[in-house]
Ligand binder design. Structure first.
Ligand code: UTP
Length: 230
């Protein structure tokens, strides 16, 4: 198999929301184009607003973090199902629930779309694990910000966009003193950084509000930040 044409695209759940059908349509077009150009594509979608709403309600009701994670995962799978159905024949018609199930689906040669796998991690970790498993050397992370910043751009208006970073720099910026909880895993969580390092996977973080950024990233451009594994 030509692994250089295998890619993983992680799309923030914010963009695969039922209230943004035009963006979902835009992603469907970009993935179709890449598929026609011979790329093999795995897609991982996040939970977005639906996940956050259930997690917030469940936390107020005293549910454990593991149960909240499970509800988040259910939301990611609902988003994955929406996307799967829209892609019709191009996509494997099912949402794999584990890496084993993903590999079975991948063997069909179709685009495979999944959400979360298990509590204690984010869909970024899922996308890194899949990239490692299929031998993909590129993971495009279509997120809610323009790329990696030197500090949290939502809290610091003077935060600066970084065009290129190592995994170590990314770790220093993102991991720091954070406390991980359901619905609160950051841009890249520790597990995803560990996997991209050992799997030698390049990550391109792009602004996901414009699906064309994913196309540009696959075609060698750097519309946001490139994280180099070494
Ligand atoms: P994400 O936080 O990964 O998706 O999953 P998101 O909401 O789209 O976030 P961004 O924008 O991509 O970063 C939603 C929640 O589902 C649970 C976590 O609680 C997570 O916050 N989850 C997801 C898991 O517990 N395990 C998984 O493998 C994936």
């Amino acid at each position: 198999m030509n692994h250089s044409k295998s890619i993983v695209v992680k799309i923030s759940g914010k963009w695969i929301n039922p209230d943004k059908p035009e963006i979902i349509g835009g992603y469907a077009r970009v993935l179709k184009k890449l598929h026609e150009e011979g790329y093999r594509i795995a897609v991982v979608v996040g939970g977005g607003r639906v996940a956050r709403e259930y997690i917030t309600a469940g936390r107020k009701l005293g549910l454990s973090e593991a149960m909240l994670d499970l509800m988040g995962i259910a939301a990611t799978r609902l988003n994955a199902m929406l996307f799967t159905v829209i892609l019709d024949d191009l996509a494997y018609q099912g949402v794999p629930r584990s890496l084993d199930e993903f590999m079975e689906a991948w063997s069909t040669g179709k685009i495979v779309i999944c959400g979360g796998f298990q509590p204690g991690q984010s869909t970024n970790a899922v996308s890194a694990l899949i990239a490692e498993a299929i031998g993909a050397k590129l993971l495009v992370n279509a997120t809610t910000v323009q790329g990696l910043y030197d500090k949290d751009p939502n809290k610091h208006p003077d935060a600066k966009l970084i065009k290129e970073a190592s995994v170590e720099e990314t770790y220093r910026i993102l991991i720091g003193e954070q406390h991980y909880a359901a619905g609160g895993y950051e841009l890249m969580d520790p597990l995803s950084l560990m996997i991209i390092k050992r799997g030698k996977i390049t990550v391109k973080i792009v602004y996901g509000g414009n699906p064309e950024n994913v196309y540009k990233a696959v075609k060698g451009e750097n519309p946001g930040t490139t994280i180099k594994p070494e």
